[in-house]
Ligand binder design. Sequence first.
Ligand SMILES: *[C@@H]1O[C@H](CO)[C@@H](O)[C@H](O)[C@H]1NC(C)=O
Ligand SMILES: *[C@@H]1O[C@H](CO)[C@@H](O)[C@H](O)[C@H]1NC(C)=O
Ligand SMILES: *[C@@H]1O[C@H](CO)[C@@H](O)[C@H](O)[C@H]1NC(C)=O
Ligand SMILES: *[C@@H]1O[C@H](CO)[C@@H](O)[C@H](O)[C@H]1NC(C)=O
Ligand SMILES: *[C@@H]1O[C@H](CO)[C@@H](O)[C@H](O)[C@H]1NC(C)=O
Ligand SMILES: *[C@@H]1O[C@H](CO)[C@@H](O)[C@H](O)[C@H]1NC(C)=O
Length: 801
Amino acid sequence: MASTYHPFFPAYLLLLLPLVVAQSGAVDIRVGSSIDATGDAKPWLSPSGDFAFGFHQLQNNNDLFLLAIWYNNIPSTTIVWYANGKNPAPGRSKVELTADRGLVLTDPNGQLLWRSDLVAGDVAFARMNDTGNFVVYGSGSERLWESFDNPTDTLLPTQVIGKNGLLSSRYKESNFSKGRFQFRLLEDGNAVLNTINLESNYAYVAYFISGTYDQANSSNSGFQVRLDRNGSFYVLRGNNQRFSLNSDDFVPSTDYYYRVTLNFDGVLTLSSYPMNSTTGARNWSVGGTIPDNICTTNFAELGSGTCGYNNICVLKGDKRPECECPPSYSLSDANDVYGNCQADFMQGCEADGQSSPEDLYDLVELQNTDWPTADYELISPCNVDDCKASCLQDCLCIVAAYNERGCWKKALPLPYGRRDSQVSSISFLKVRKPEFSQKNSPIYLTSYRKKYQSSLIILFSVLLGSSVLANFVFAGVLCMGSSFLYNKKVTSDHSNKNGIQSSIRYFKYSELEEATNGFREELGRGSFGIVYKGVIDTDSQGRIQVAVKKLDRVVQDMDKEFRTEVSVIAQTHHRNLVKLLGYCDEGEYRMLVYEYLSNGTLASFLFGEGKRSWRQRTQIAVGIARGLCYLHEECSPQIIHCDIKPQNILLDDYYEARISDFGLSKLLGTDQSFTNTAIRGTKGYVAPEWFRTVPVTVKVDVYSFGVLLLEIICCRRNVAMDVGEEDRSILTDWACDCFSEGTVDALVENDAEALSDETKLERFVMVALWCIQEDISLRPTMKKVLLMLEGIILVPAPPLP
Ligand SMILES: *[C@@H]1O[C@H](CO)[C@@H](O)[C@H](O)[C@H]1NC(C)=O
Ligand SMILES: *[C@@H]1O[C@H](CO)[C@@H](O)[C@H](O)[C@H]1NC(C)=O
Ligand SMILES: *[C@@H]1O[C@H](CO)[C@@H](O)[C@H](O)[C@H]1NC(C)=O
Ligand SMILES: *[C@@H]1O[C@H](CO)[C@@H](O)[C@H](O)[C@H]1NC(C)=O
Ligand SMILES: *[C@@H]1O[C@H](CO)[C@@H](O)[C@H](O)[C@H]1NC(C)=O
Ligand SMILES: *[C@@H]1O[C@H](CO)[C@@H](O)[C@H](O)[C@H]1NC(C)=O
């Protein structure tokens, strides 16, 4: 009898096999398992059911399927990985786990559509992991392939991007072909966002650079980009330090699903979704974006930005862009609102013929609008009327942008259009009068610039042919090329006089005299000398504005010291520090050339006229803390600023704080571990120990920061005699009183925005009070200050003096 049962036994066992539960509790997917692409196919689930692997039906075409991984427990479909974006699978295609090739996706005729690129070895089983990672294992449980190593546009918690790894955007929200944007970790350790030319894969210059390449010690450069389960998103450096990519107000939490996605519009977003239905709305919310404003981000010279040529980018409330064609222009492809726009009329030197331009055209005024890279002529000085007339009379001119610096004439095609309150230009767009209008062929193709560009594209395409391997190799070369270009920009050659290593340029006195027009326009006077405005030519950015600081108190025989200090400053790279571009030490002259920052000092921002929102102020405070934290903790030798005050904080185009005047203390001939004979710093901001004979430490900066933070909170100076009530004349004292009496609100009495943000207000005041403790040892480090400001660690109640 036993022998008659025998033949059935193995078959019965086989049926059971796919259901065998492995030791970890995960359901193993056995070799030979498959899923068919149909509307109701069951996906392979992770043990918790959080993630699913299977076929996702395309929204715009129900006959096509994407082999994908998505969140299974979230109602709105959120795809985190996909295999065949450019090759959607027709109905009844099949994915199978095979022993020799891993996952294999074939169409109904058995044609291969996609397969996993296995590390050599025989497949034993696969698993959809609870982290969202689909893993194919060998017989020794070694991992042969995993979706985390082959990311598409999304990074999940615990997933790592190594050097040369990348995320690549989709083409459109619901088209999973490759898009134009990339987020990469370069070989040199910088994480960058860049666009590519889709035909050739040519990578254009980055529009975001993390700055995590460490020139002084490359083993401290970034080597991984990571997202932790609590939402911390950062570049990990060789020395294990983290460079945060989170936004300043981000608070980590383990109650959310997190993902970082490079969207089809080029914005990198960190999104969160509450795991528990009780905590908040059941929807993804965006917790931070890079860049902060993609519309005003300066992209490379080539390619178009988020919006196509002649299109205008406008940022929405969720920090994602929308595109709008200018008046009398329409989309080249009506289905592609992010694409190119073309004029609804003929224009150009041939089309205008002999008619007078006044008869043919109107000028449409577009406020706060510009296409900053489309210029071919600058008229300066110039008034508005001459600007308009000049464009009207010039058959090449499509639009003229007018601002305080002059009149910028622009030709087709117009890339990187933006309308934003930060744009100071008014654009005058030439539009054909209705009676002279006639439907036109797409003339944006006729411009010389477009011709040049398409020949470039053709050149690359020819070079590459259609070989996938060549594409791959060439893309690699181009990536290296572009990272090299980036480095070259930073380490601009010029004469590397006196062994000052790295990034900066040496200037002759005569060059700076010319650049500043004979030291004519004074920007300010600091503790070290006078700062003048100037303009210099650079290889990489053309003519740029600079601030030239002429040092007047440099001690004699400080030549070597000067160079040492300059090289220390030159090695600092941080988005909250003013960048040193060059120096001069000819004869008796000692000068430093810095980047020019358009929005002036924090002092004029805080104490001057005009709008200063609470949000902006808190961001500035956090920025300063970051900059100081970098000077104290990441620079070697450590840099103590010694003179933190609002006059030494500058604001860039985006009102991001930039610390200036750092690293100069030795130039004054004072020793940092000195006694009370030579107080550095500025009355009202200096720490009490300056008056005692104790060594000066980074804690003096912490004290000054505390005073500064109160000034930022209250928008007033620390010492103000004109505030009416006498007990309010010293801000630090008044703040202590308010805190002890529980009336912190009084500090910001007319500031509705601050009053409505009570927890942050209280937090910031408490941090400030910790910083201004008399007892040096009670003052926190800047790192701790930063964590407290960001709400990452709790702020205990400060002791009151
Ligand atoms: C699978 O998920 C668990 C936790 O959910 C994690 O600890 C483990 O590292 C993951 N394994 C892989 C290969 O991703
Ligand atoms: C996605 O866009 C590409 C490029 O325009 C196009 O070739 C492809 O057909 C589109 N795919 C789908 C599924 O619409
Ligand atoms: C987030 O989680 C990581 C790893 O689990 C941990 O190292 C880090 O300190 C956490 N970050 C915060 C701010 O709690
Ligand atoms: C670079 O930094 C590492 C630690 O972060 C240190 O061990 C090494 O000595 C440094 N190298 C140089 C050349 O300074
Ligand atoms: C959801 O919230 C409840 C009550 O607040 C808690 O007991 C449970 O552990 C939470 N579940 C998750 C997955 O966080
Ligand atoms: C979730 O957010 C999306 C986009 O912000 C919105 O279209 C959708 O209606 C929201 N869903 C829910 C359930 O709130």
